[in-house]
Design a protein around this ligand. Structure first.
Ligand code: MGD
Ligand code: MGD
Ligand code: SF4
Ligand code: MO
Length: 698
């Protein structure tokens, strides 16, 4: 096939979806160059620059694998044999236990086309309700809060360029300097125009170091902080009464809920000083435009939804959403973290951000799929509930997994890995032999971003075309081909399209009239260079870069303030576990590390996990910088090198989660779930640190 060179596309990793061009090198690989684009502004991070290394790297899977028996090794097999084995395992499970005996687990890195196909495959081919995905661990708290407050969940309801134009930013639980480095150019633009930045993080991250004001709360106390800021805003007369009256409901209840959060109490609960609280509120109050942005630090808690609502309350009370260069937004994480949560791989959802419990939505989607609405299953289990129900957990006995590595990334991962290992049949489609794929009965090697066309929806709700630049290596198939091959074997009569554009056109029809309406977006319009943010209901619609200008997406058009209160910690520190443990990311590794640990340049720069320990704590524990220690919680332990640094609070330790085995942060984390979003408590639990014996300490 002859292809235009270089090929304009976007990065395989995070939701910033930086623009790049790929020039095939003739040996199966490609050379990466950065392209100018309004979001990435010509920037790429090290992960983007090195992303092509994984196309040809030694870790790449190029043949299907299967094992003859549960205890036998994974050995190369033909595609026909692999798909036959997978289909047989699925069929046997369903013969024993009915449709719900098979589960599907997807990922927010999959293209819109794949996410849509995964959800459809689960509902129409397997007819199982048991489908969810890793976005539950990522965006679900912010999504639930946004739906409640504004009636719709689009991470940023405005384009990124507005971030550079706002007067003041309150950035809560986000370390963009490491997680989306080119985002910093928007903050630099904002700073150069005289804007102010407030960062809320228990660590003085590179992002916090760039701020005008850094608030350093104890992990898990952001809700009290937000209520305290709103308390002060009310006391200092900074609330926008006209806006509240014209565009919102619920302020009176919220005012009452914040009344008891006077500054001294907030200081006691959060550790943020009263003068800093006042300084933050005054910066926000004095600004001509302002944004409240949240990310995983605020959201990944067993009270994540309420925490985000506390921040949407604050933004609404200050009159921000729907105003120029202002509002609340969430910084979506995975490459297609936005689109991945709109098109049906979530347990309670159908394409177009429709609810699977809504009869009208079921009828619409069933018509597109050519099935009877009554044949569509209802809502299934959320991600962690599903993972813990597998095998010995009494739920599904077979699992098809694409685009996630839960053995490393799920909370309480020791238990999750045990459940996964107890399945009668695990089928994993991946580019590499991830820790989860290692447990599989059948491994299907799939194409990656540069080798297939598809669309991604970035953090601002803008749909992007990721073009194919190369053919996949011999022996590798696309995820769409994998689903089609399984559908055929499982007796689905009408076939599963394998052409991304055909799948997208079906997705457009399925999403038409839904909250995330893609009906007017096409591969052709995107290829023509149009900037299209959903909703985009018709082919002449210019899309909707800015939401909420006139009304919110609620029934009455008003945004909702919701009274919320800081709960007691789910796992308070005590004598046995006296430290707050929080987890997150570093610049050189991505997620479970399945991809980036196999990129030599990245792995050399960040070869192992660590635990950040404040010098005072290190002294109290008698540990040295770089010493190996045992970090333990009620769920498990990890062996980690210390990194002694005064950037972390002295009552808190931080571990990145990009590694498995003994370095696995998720052996430690708590899987207590938010009651609404079912988000686990990745960002805080109680831990202890012990020295290892001298011989193991090196
Ligand atoms: N290099 C790199 N970039 C990535 C990713 C990656 O794995 N590696 N993943 C992508 C994905 S999927 C996501 S979701 C995004 C995530 O992007 P971020 O949300 O920026 O990433 P995290 O490091 O998980 O968390 C951000 C910060 O929250 C802080 N934090 C911890 N506990 C609390 C708390 O209780 N309150 C507050 N206010 N802050 C707290 C941590 O110290 C951390 O600095 O990054 C995306 N980009
Ligand atoms: N302790 C702790 N744990 C966390 C978090 C945290 O902050 N702290 N953050 C959570 C968050 S926000 C997230 S998003 C999750 C992410 O964690 P995971 O869901 O594990 O994400 P990845 O490591 O990106 O896994 C993607 C897998 O799919 C493969 N893959 C990539 N592209 C494709 C494709 O197109 N098709 C197929 N079939 N496979 C593909 C990759 O090789 C990799 O093995 O981790 C969560 N876990
Ligand atoms: S910031 Fe995200 S999208 Fe941009 S180059 Fe880095 S990983 Fe890729
Ligand atoms: Mo994420």
């Amino acid at each position: 096939m002859s292809l235009a060179l270089p090929v304009a596309t976007h990065c395989p990793y995070c939701a910033l979806q930086c623009a790049m061009a790929l020039t095939p090198d003739g040996r199966g690989g490609a050379v990466v160059t950065a392209r100018d684009f309004p979001t990435s502004r010509g920037g790429l991070c090290r992960k983007g620059w090195t992303s092509a290394d994984l196309l040809t790297g030694p870790g790449r899977l190029t043949t299907p694998l299967a094992r003859a028996s549960k205890t036998g090794p994974l050995l190369p097999v033909s595609w026909d044999d692999a798909l036959d084995l997978a289909a047989a395992g699925i069929r046997a499970a369903q013969e024993r236990g009915g449709p719900d005996a098979v589960a599907v687990f997807g990922g927010g890195g999959l293209t819109n086309e794949k996410a849509y196909a995964v959800g459809k495959f689960a509902r129409v081919v397997l007819r199982t309700s048991q489908v969810d995905y890793n976005g539950r661990f990522c965006m679900s708290s912010a999504a639930a809060a946004a739906n409640r407050a504004f009636g719709v969940d689009r991470g940023l309801p405005f384009p990124l360029e507005d971030v550079g134009a706002t007067d003041c930013i309150l950035l809560v639980g986000s370390n963009v300097a490491e997680t989306m480095p080119p985002f910093m150019s928007h903050l630099a633009r904002q700073h150069d125009a005289g804007g102010r930045l407030i960062v809320v993080d228990p660590r003085r991250t590179p992002t916090a170091a760039a701020a005008d004001l850094h608030l350093q709360p104890q992990p898990g106390t952001d809700l009290a902080l937000a209520n305290g800021l709103l308390h002060l805003a009310i006391a200092e007369g900074l609330v926008d009464r006209d806006y509240l009256a014209a565009r919102t409901t619920g302020f009176d209840d919220v005012r009452a809920a914040c009344a008891s959060w006077w500054p001294a109490r907030v200081e006691r609960v959060t550790g943020v000083s009263e003068p800093d609280l006042r300084a933050a509120v005054r910066m926000l109050g004095a600004a001509s435009s302002a944004m409240v942005l949240t990310a995983r630090g605020a959201e990944q808690h067993s009270h994540g939804v309420d925490t985000v609502l506390a921040f949407t309350n604050l933004a609404l009370a200050l009159g921000l959403p729907g105003r120029p260069a202002s509002g609340w937004g969430c910084l979506t994480g995975q490459g297609n973290g936005q689109g991945g949560r709109e098109h049906g791989q979530k347990a309670d959802q159908l394409p177009g951000y429709r609810s699977i419990s809504d009869p009208a939505a079921r009828a619409h989607v069933a018509a597109v799929w050519g099935v009877d609405p009554d044949d569509l299953p209802g809502p299934g289990r959320s991600a962690q509930e599903l993972l813990l129900a597998l095998g010995d957990g009494g739920g599904p006995e077979a699992l098809l997994l694409l685009g996630s590595n839960p053995v490393v990334s799920a909370p309480n991962a020791r238990l999750v890995a045990q459940r996964i290992a107890s399945l009668s049949c695990l089928v994993v489609a991946d580019l590499v032999l991830s820790e989860t794929a290692r447990l599989a009965d059948v491994v299907l090697p799939t194409a990656q971003w540069a080798e297939e066309t598809g669309t991604m929806t970035n953090l601002e709700g803008r749909v992007l075309l990721r073009r194919k630049a190369l053919d996949p290596p011999e022996g590798v198939r696309t995820d769409l081909e994998v689903l089609a091959g399984l559908a055929e074997r499982l007796g689905w009569p009408t076939g599963f399209p394998t052409d991304a554009e055909a799948v997208f056109d079906e997705l457009r029809r399925a999403s038409a009239g839904g909250r995330a309406d893609y009906a007017g977006i096409s591969h052709a319009r995107l290829a023509g260079g149009e900037a299209l943010h959903w909703p985009c209901p018709t082919v002449d619609s210019p899309g909707t870069p800015r939401l909420f200008l006139d009304r919110f997406a609620t029934a009455d058009g008003r945004a909702v303030l919701v009274p919320v209160d800081q709960p007691e910690p789910t796992e308070p520190v005590d004598d046995d576990y006296p430290l707050h443990l929080t987890t997150g990311r570093i610049a050189m590794q991505y997620q479970s590390g399945a991809q980036t640990r196999r990129v030599v340049a990245l792995n050399d720069a960040a070869p192992h996990a660590f635990v950040e320990v404040h010098p005072h704590l290190a002294e109290r524990l008698g540990v040295l910088d770089g010493e190996r220690v045992k970090v333990s919680t009620r769920r498990g332990e990890a062996w980690l090198r210390t990194r002694v640094t005064d950037t972390v609070r002295s009552d808190t330790v931080f571990v990145p989660f990009h590694w498995g085995g003994k370095q696995r942060a998720n052996s430690l984390t708590d899987d207590e779930l938010d009651p609404v979003s079912r988000m686990p408590s990745f960002k805080v639990c109680a831990a202890r640190i012990d020295r290892l014996h001298a011989d193991a300490a090196r």
